[in-house]
Design a protein around this ligand. Structure first.
Ligand SMILES: Nc1ncnc2c1ncn2[C@@H]1O[C@H](COP(=O)(O)OP(=O)(O)OP(=O)(O)O)[C@@H](O)[C@H]1O
Ligand SMILES: [Mg+2]
Length: 295
């Protein structure tokens, strides 16, 4: 079992990132959005949550960490010329690929179709890590991950200040969400990040709460793990309509049920911003991510 924040043991992986970047500030609040099952609304939540944070004055970057199928930019109808692939390949710097959107948030586009990140050579990884440190100037970095429990996703979750697990009321999504929570619990001792649950596509507040009660009590009972219920998002046609228009629903319909729910979630996250930054922020994330792990 890995200790939380444990750096990889010598010889377990390469390269050994020392984590000694001089630029690391570690001030950014890292919010990772993930799910067990795919298609439950992670990218919608990431982007719209970013907008809600921006509206209360935060400097927000959404990073598309779905390294196989990048879609943050698709949701915003942007075709950035460059993406993480070019950073990895040292053709561009992170500053050059970070794109400001018309909505007051910035995005780092994912490397669509480039799932070989684990195969980067030492120099590529080091370059990538150094480049990523520049994101530390943001107040909030929202990481939209791929679904499921790959070790990359786990490391993003482990280094987050807030790990938001998203599910829908569907039994399959709930089972998969529980699965990822269980893996997090088994993988890391002394888990002290804020593990947060959001129920998307709920029919009512009661519907969301029912799912949350079930999940939080099972996690408490069987995993001895505290999972905070952050709130629910209504199943709302405005969401799918906005997706078709390639605009955030917070923009196309700021008063729709889903937008109001996202605002509530963000308000709650701001209120509960309890977690101290003892982990060292994004630099630690990167050292974990690129330092490799035992899985
Ligand atoms: N609250 C909602 N109400 C209605 N439809 C929704 C809602 N949230 C998401 N959807 C629908 O679900 C689809 C999938 O959403 P999204 O792309 O955000 O999921 P995802 O978890 O990021 O998927 P993936 O795992 O493929 O990355 C959207 O295209 C949208 O139509
Ligand atoms: Mg997605």
């Amino acid at each position: 079992m890995r200790q939380k924040n444990e750096l990889p043991a010598a010889g377990t992986s390469s390269p050994k990132y020392s984590g000694e970047s001089p630029r690391r500030e570690g001030k950014s609040r890292i919010i990772t959005v993930t799910s067990g099952k795919g298609g439950v609304g992670k990218t919608n939540l990431s982007v719209n949550m970013a907008l809600a944070f921006a509206r209360i004055g935060k400097k927000v970057v959404v990073m598309d960490a779905d390294l196989g199928l990048a879609n943050v930019n698709v949701m915003l109808n942007m075709i950035p010329k460059y993406n993480l692939y070019h950073v990895i390949k040292k053709q561009k710097t992170i500053r050059e690929i970070m794109v400001e959107t018309e909505y007051g948030i910035s995005i780092v586009a994912g490397a669509s179709g480039f799932s070989q990140i684990a195969n980067m050579n030492d120099e590529e990884r080091r370059n990538f890590i150094n480049e990523f440190d520049t994101l530390s100037s943001a107040d909030i970095i929202i990481i939209d991950t791929s679904a499921g429990v790959s070790s990359n996703v786990l490391d993003f979750i482990a280094a987050a200040d807030d790990a938001v697990i998203l599910t829908t009321p569907e039994p399959t999504a709930i089972t998969d969400a529980y699965g990822i929570i269980k893996i997090i619990a088994t993988e890391y001792e002394n888990l002290n990040m804020g593990l947060k649950l959001v129920v998307n596509k709920a029919k009512s507040a009661a519907d969301g709460k029912k799912v949350a009660d079930r999940m939080t009590s099972i996690a408490g009972q069987f995993l001895n793990l505290k999972v905070d219920y952050l709130g629910f998002i209504y199943e709302d046609q405005s969401v799918s309509q906005a997706v078709l228009r390639q605009k955030p629903f917070m923009v196309t319909d700021p008063k729709c049920k889903a937008s109001i729910c996202v605002q509530h979630i963000v308000e709650r996250m701001e209120r509960n911003k309890t977690r101290e930054k003892e982990k060292g922020g994004f630099g630690v994330l990167l050292s974990r991510f690129f330092g490799g792990n035992s899985k």
